[in-house]
Design a binder for this molecule. Structure first.
Ligand code: HEM
Length: 412
């Protein structure tokens, strides 16, 4: 296979299905084209790994490099993109990457994250209190929550809060800010992040920045510049992914009113439901490409040293070898102990640093909705919801109504 990249549709081979479902093409590829190339948004053709085992092997392999800053390699996007930033954590290889993760080990564990849950739940509830009965769940809720959470956790004072949210919004891939505005926003933001770090150093407290300042591996700790970069990475890596997962997850639940009603009746099921949301709809963007530095054998074939490959996490989450009947959305799928954990947070050394935090955000976002707005439903036909066409795939807007009362229709 090869398809000519169409400028209006840069991913001709991997077109999502109706209602934001995964590309139907995944199933055929898993069976008969497990490493077939597909066009990246840049138009470059790159082999795509779609089988669960192959994706995990690639992500865990010491032969997988994130250094794509060599001349002539395929690109994810045209122009300067995330792959070009040598300081971004996701672009580092050992030993730099190993050192950083060692220092950070412990900062984002579930034990460290759990005490933040009540603050996150309160942010979700406060947002809903301000929204009324009919609102756009994407702009009014999903996109608001992660920005507010990270401000709160970083200890951004209230007087700088609005400015901070404006900066973080500017870094979204879907932002309409001009290149010049983004650059200015970035410079101002970095200066402010440096000020925040200095303030927390001078008078330590219990915020996330204090944990980052204290984080260490024996005598090794992050330098001033690394701390400021970390604050930036946490915002850029965490904002849009979490917002999109909330939007996609709530959309999926509202398409299954019986399962929504189960959550309303028993909100303690929310944590398990979130795992299925992550499997079915996650992650909202594919993983980052890898360059293999030596020959690698996979179930779908071999990749020779130097090949750049895209491990597709959403495809792996829909591999029937790992998840029976993968097209069925079932909030009970992960009840008990799943034999095959999903890979919505990646796998191996670059696995999402803040997966525990993201899980708490998603769970509290959904829990607040099922408890505060039990009768929530889409205001229009699901087919009328428009989806983004950028790197991150989510509804552009989602008009909902709280309707009042519990949904009547079980089943589905
Ligand atoms: C539901 C929300 C989220 C999803 C689905 C998600 C998914 C991912 C995935 C798939 C990766 C690995 C990419 C790869 O290996 O190519 C990753 C890495 C990362 N994520 Fe998340 N993420 C989420 C939320 C967050 C949040 C809230 C933060 C921070 C506050 C965050 C910070 C990071 C960082 C720093 C990395 C890079 C780790 C490294 O390179 O060692 N993520 N995330």
């Amino acid at each position: 296979m090869t398809a000519e990249p169409d400028p209006r549709n840069p991913r001709p081979d991997l077109v999502p299905g109706p209602l934001g479902t995964p590309p139907p093409e995944f199933a055929r590829r898993q069976e008969s084209g497990p490493l077939e190339p597909a066009a990246m948004p840049s138009g470059d053709l790159v082999p795509v790994a779609v089988r669960y085992d192959d994706v995990r092997t690639l992500l865990a392999s010491p032969a997988s490099s994130r250094n794509l800053r060599l001349p002539g390699l395929p690109r994810l996007v045209s122009g300067i993109g995330i792959d070009d930033d040598p300081d971004a954590l996701i672009n580092q290889d050992p030993p730099e990457h190993t050192r950083y993760r060692r220092i950070m080990h412990g900062t984002f564990t579930p034990r460290r994250t759990e005490p933040w849950r009540p603050r996150i739940a309160k942010i979700a509830e406060d947002l809903l209190d301000g929204l009324g009965d009919d609102f756009d769940l994407v702009q009014g809720y999903a996109l608001q929550l992660p920005g507010r959470v990270i401000c709160e956790l970083l200890g951004v004072p209230v007087d700088r809060y609005e400015q901070f949210v404006r900066w973080t919004d500017m870094f979204l891939t879907t932002s309409t800010a001009t290149e010049q505005a983004r650059h200015q926003g970035y410079t101002e933001f970095m200066a402010y992040a440096a000020e925040l770090v200095a303030r927390h150093r001078a008078s330590p407290g219990g915020d996330l920045i204090d944990l980052l300042v204290q984080a260490r591996d024996e005598d090794d700790r992050l330098s001033e510049g690394e701390l400021v970069n970390t604050v930036f990475s946490l915002i850029t890596a965490g904002h849009e992914t979490t917002a999109s997962m909330i939007a996609r997850g709530v959309f999926r639940l509202l398409l299954h009113p019986g399962q929504w009603a189960e959550l309303v009746a028993d909100p303690s099921l929310t944590g398990t439901a979130v795992e299925e949301i992550l499997r079915f709809d996650g992650p909202p963007a594919s993983a980052f490409m890898r360059r293999v530095t030596e020959d690698v054998d996979l179930s779908g074939g071999s990749l020779s040293a130097g090949t750049v490959v895209m491990p597709n996490l959403n495809a792996a989450n829909h591999d029937p070898r790992a998840f029976p009947d993968p097209g069925r959305f079932d909030i009970h799928r992960f009840a008990g102990h799943p034999p095959h954990p999903h890979v919505a947070f990646g796998y191996g050394p670059h696995r999402c640093l803040a997966a525990a935090l993201a899980r708490v955000e998603l769970t509290e976002a959904v829990r607040a909705l099922v408890t505060r707005c039990p009768g929530l439903r889409l205001a229009g036909a699901p087919e009328s919801v428009a989806w983004t066409d950028g790197l991150v795939y989510r509804p552009v807007a989602m008009h909902v109504t709280t309707g009042g009362g519990v949904p009547e229709r079980p089943g589905s």
